[in-house]
Design a protein. Structure first.
Length: 401
């Protein structure tokens, strides 16, 4: 289900005190005030002014109907702080049903998360969304709500959104809410995934391994740097999420024989500037940018055949089902020295700061965080030569000559 032109889908963390309407006769701030005004969007469902948490906004009528109509079964998950300590009987009443003034109501599930200082946290999952229903349910079983947060809509959640902030829904999230999730296609055969942070020797190792085994080589980091260059060339701020996505979607990014191309032009040298390096983490963290480039990377391997693919999420996301996974590490000081020798125009201390900043950003982002796959072979390259790293990789993956 490709997103149709002109349709937008936002995930907003609604703060307390903001109303879930497009306008308010009392002059209170609305959720529409917190997202871009063009195109005009409306809230998909409601979240009362006293509550906070996740809310979707869109201008897609079919999508709005699907998410809000109870027959489609889109659940909402809440974390409620309540007075007292609900026992098993109260929790069972929440799921077996309570008679409210507008008819019977029940939670799909309710579990006690924590109890402290005369209050408790309860996770409640609802299958419908009547006005203040969670609050009324909990009050009916003797535990009035003192604070309420919506933490998920279906399987869509985001622990990194701050109150008042928003992001576009990813294509997979829109598909999920439309009920159109699809299993990923089988991974192409013979993909060797090499992951790790900057300065550990990924590119050198991947190129040498590809040459030794007569495989194609893909540097996915080059594709993200090309996307970042496109954003900078378009004079779009990296925190303008919709602008970033629009630029990347319209860009033709390629990688062939160690060269990086943007809209048919060789931009290999331009993608290695300090400006690109400073902005690439922010651009790479945008979920829709990653979705777009992951699809491009999979298509690239299908076109090129057996490959060695390097990056930061190859073994965890891009080719998660390949049996050949390596994660390279190295001492931070050594990584900085290696990267500084590559750039030549920046002092090692400055490079070390950049690497530390990118490590933190990449490992904490919501979409495809940097981490080794559970079944990856981890190799510390600190004291190893290129030949020694290559030998360890081949031995660990049982790769022959």
């Amino acid at each position: 289900m490709p997103m149709r032109p002109g349709l937008v889908y936002y995930l907003l963390y609604k703060p307390v005190g903001v109303v879930s309407t497009a306008s308010d006769p009392q002059g209170r701030p609305t959720v529409v005030d917190l997202v871009p005004g063009d195109p005009r969007v409306v809230p998909v469902g409601r979240l009362d002014a006293d509550s906070e948490g996740l809310l979707v906004l869109s201008n897609d009528g079919d999508f709005i109907n699907r998410v809000t109509h109870p027959s489609f079964g889109i659940t909402k998950t809440y974390l409620a702080r309540v007075a007292g300590s609900p026992g098993p009987k109260a929790l069972k009443r929440l799921t077996s049903g309570v008679d409210l003034e507008d008819g019977p109501a029940a939670a799909l599930s309710a579990k006690l998360v924590d109890t402290s200082g005369g209050e408790s946290l309860i996770e409640v999952v609802m299958g419908e969304g009547r006005n203040r229903e969670v609050r009324r349910l909990l009050a009916a079983v003797g535990h009035p709500v003192t604070a309420l947060v919506r933490t998920a809509i279906g399987a869509v959640s985001d622990q990194h959104l701050e109150p008042g902030s928003w992001r576009p829904l990813t294509l997979s999230e829109v598909r999920h809410l439309f009920g159109e999730e699809r299993e990923p296609a089988d991974d192409p055969p013979d993909v060797i995934a090499i992951d790790g942070p900057g300065g550990v020797g990924k590119t050198t190792t991947a190129r040498a391994l590809a040459e030794a085994l007569d495989r194609a080589h893909l540097d996915t980091g080059a594709m993200y740097r090309a996307a970042t260059l496109a954003v900078l060339n378009a004079a779009v701020a990296v925190d303008d999420l919709m602008g970033v996505v629009a630029v990347v979607v319209d860009s033709d990014i390629g990688y062939e024989a160690g060269r990086t191309y943007l809209d048919g032009r060789d931009v290999t040298a331009e993608t290695r500037t300090a400006e690109v390096e400073a902005a690439v983490s922010a651009v790479s963290a945008v979920p829709e940018v990653r979705e777009r480039l992951v699809a491009e990377q999979r298509d690239w391997v299908i076109a090129h055949g057996p490959s060695v693919v390097e990056g930061r999420d190859i073994g965890t996301v891009v080719f998660a089902r390949t049996p050949y996974k390596v994660f390279l590490t190295a001492d931070p000081a050594v990584r900085a020295e290696r990267r500084a020798s590559d750039t030549e125009d920046r002092p090692t201390d400055a490079v070390a700061e950049d690497l530390a900043r990118r490590d933190k950003w990449d490992s904490s982002r919501t979409a495809s965080p940097l981490r080794p796959s559970e079944d990856a072979v981890v190799i510390d390259t600190t004291d190893l030569s290129v030949d020694e790293v290559l030998a360890k990789v081949r031995l660990a993956l049982a790769l022959g000559d």
